[in-house]
Each structure stands twice: as structure tokens, then as C-alpha cells.
Design a protein around this ligand. Structure first.
Ligand code: MTE
Length: 309
């Protein structure tokens, strides 16, 4: 049975409000809602709701590094879970730069990864990771807050979405053309500046491996794993919702938002539980992968199927 918004919203909003009262207002110095977000239709884009640094992570037992590094989805290096870690190390990750631009960026730029580290500082966060295929891990990420990169690009009123493009190179990737072009992902601007969203460059204080998306990938813990674009080369602030790769591949099964919800099943399998990779058996899947307190306010109607595939 699909979840009804009337069943869930009050509790989530209650917890959200209580948390915000406890910690005070947002401190992220970004432009105010009116000037920045324009008239973005359905989303609650109120910047005042952003609460950087306020996320208290419950005790999580991190998955072993050797498991995180050997059970992967990175189709540019092959379709099986073992193919990406078994592939020859052909990806050249240094030097590597990420170009930030798009019609919504008043200050585009090209950033070297090392430059990003130096400028914004590395954050360490242990987060749940839930693949749409109903398996999960817990990953200790190192990286930088995505909001800092977005803010540096000086978003204007046209910055309604953020589009991520990853490396597409036949010389460096044996299966580069599986999707007919680069792997694309996207977020709304409100999602992209959320403090849970990060650009990861390491796991367990070690640089990302080729198979985990070296040298820089997206991390959005309340969403299914296919949102975590690997080996990012471009970030654009755009006006229109980007068509992400999996949506394009199979629009009946995958969409733009892909927020984790145990009550909305995938057309071919249940999302109620997940297999813990490297652990024992299955566990219950949590709404927004356990981050409902932090992110539910971004989605005005939790009964809306669109947000959960
Ligand atoms: N990024 C690129 N460029 N290509 C991919 O095939 N797979 C996605 C995502 N990012 C993918 C990608 C999917 S489906 C998942 S579940 C996660 O990466 C897997 O991340 P992991 O291998 O580090 O667990």
C-alpha cells in the first residue's frame, strides 16, 4: 500500500520543527529564497530550512573497506558487481579538474581537486548507502560539502537544478559507451545545497579507487545509489530538470528524485527491506534511508510517487 501523506507528514514535520528550534536558524550564507530560486514550481526551496552542520548521525557500523571496494556498480567498467574492481587500472585521475558552470552560474570556474580540498576543507561523514537494487552498506566518506562548490559559482535566479556529468572516455573505460554518452545525474538546487550532499573524494581516509568513482563522486545519502554519479567532470547550474541516465534508460522504473522509500516498491521487487552487504541477512529499509528528519521538508507531498522512483 502506498504511504499517504496524511499518515506521515505531521510526524516528520514535528520532528523537523523540533530539531530546528533546538539548533536555531540556518547559517549557510547563501542568497535568500526570493532572489535565487525564482518561481520553482512544486518544491519547497526555502533556504531558511537548510541546517548545515546540524546532522547528528546515529551509531552506524561501517562496512569493511575491502567490501566497499569490491562490490560495485560502475557500468563504464563492466556490468557485474566484480567487473569494476577487477578491471585494469586505466582511469587517469591526476590531474583532474571539474568544470562548474551553466546558465545559472554567475561565476563559472574550473577547479582542480586538490584546490577544492585546500579551499573548502575535508569533511568526514559515515552514511548509510542504499542501492535501488535493495542492497545496502555503510560508508565512511571523506569529501567536501557540495553547497560550498555551488555557492562559489554564485547561483542566479536561473539556477533551479544541478546537472552532473561524468567522464566518458573510450581510451580509459572499457565499456564507456554503455549508455550512449556520459553518465548524467541531477538534483534540485535545494537538494544540492543540503548539508547531507557532498562531493566525496575518499573512503576511510583513502582516496577513492577507480571502481568507487575516483577521483570525485556525488554522495546523497537519502537517495538511491544510482544518484551518486562517479568520476565527475562537469557540474552545471541549469533551469530545467536534467534527464538523468537511468531515467532515460528505463523511465518506467527510474526517475529523477529516487528518494529511498520502503513503501513504494520498484516495479520488479520490494523496497521494504535490504540485504546488508558484508553483514548478515536483511534489514528494514528506512524512509529517506534514515534521513527523514533532515530532508522530508524538501518534498511537500510524501504521498507523491514521483519523489520515490
Ligand atoms: N556512476 C557512473 N558514472 N556509472 C555508473 O554505472 N552506477 C551508479 C552510481 N554511480 C554508476 C555511477 C549506481 S547504479 C550505484 S548503486 C552506485 O554508483 C554504486 O556505487 P558503489 O559502487 O561505490 O557502491
Amino acid at each position: 500500500m502506498p504511504i499517504k501523506s496524511s499518515d506521515i507528514t505531521p510526524e516528520v514535520l514535528f520532528r523537523q520543527r523540533r530539531r530546528m528550534l533546538g539548533i536555531g536558524l540556518a547559517s549557510l550564507s547563501l542568497p535568500l529564497a526570493g532572489s535565487w530560486f525564482g518561481d520553482t514550481e512544486e518544491l519547497n526551496n526555502n533556504i531558511d530550512n537548510v541546517t548545515p552542520g546540524a546532522i547528528v548521525q546515529p551509531e552506524l557500523k561501517a562496512t569493511e573497506l575491502k567490501i566497499i571496494n569490491s562490490y560495485n556498480n560502475y557500468y563504464e567498467f563492466g556490468f557485474s558487481k566484480e567487473a569494476p574492481s577487477g578491471a585494469e587500472k586505466t582511469l587517469i585521475t591526476s590531474p583532474w579538474s571539474v568544470e562548474v558552470g551553466g546558465i545559472g552560474a554567475d561565476k563559472p570556474g574550473i577547479y582542480d581537486i586538490a584546490e577544492l580540498h585546500g579551499e573548502y576543507g575535508i569533511e568526514n561523514h559515515i552514511r548509510r548507502f542504499r542501492c535501488v537494487e535493495a542492497w545496502s552498506m555503510v560508508v565512511p566518506w571523506n569529501g567536501i560539502a557540495l553547497a560550498k562548490v555551488i555557492k562559489a559559482a554564485q547561483p542566479n535566479s536561473k539556477a533551479k537544478y544541478v546537472r552532473f556529468e561524468t567522464l566518458h572516455d573510450e581510451q580509459q573505460m572499457p565499456n564507456a559507451n554503455w549508455a550512449g554518452g556520459p553518465y548524467i545525474e541531477g538534483l534540485t538546487i535545494a537538494e544540492a545545497i543540503h548539508p547531507l550532499a557532498m562531493l566525496a573524494t575518499g573512503i576511510y581516509d583513502k582516496p577513492l579507487e577507480q571502481q568507487t568513482g575516483a577521483p570525485v563522486r556525488l554522495v546523497v545519502p537519502w537517495k538511491y545509489g544510482f544518484k551518486y554519479a562517479k568520476s565527475i567532470v562537469r557540474i552545471d547550474l541549469v533551469e530545467r530538470m536534467p534527464r538523468n541516465t537511468w531515467w532515460r534508460q528505463n523511465p518506467n522504473e527510474y526517475g529523477f528524485y529516487a528518494n529511498v522509500n520502503p513503501q513504494f516498491d520498484h516495479p520488479r521487487w520490494s523496497q521494504a527491506t535490504e540485504r546488508v552487504v558484508g553483514g548478515f541477512g536483511r534489514q528494514k529499509t528506512l524512509l529517506f534511508n534514515g534521513y527523514a528528519d533532515e530532508v522530508a521538508y524538501l518534498y511537500p507531498d510524501l504521498g507523491d510517487r514521483r519523489y520515490f522512483y
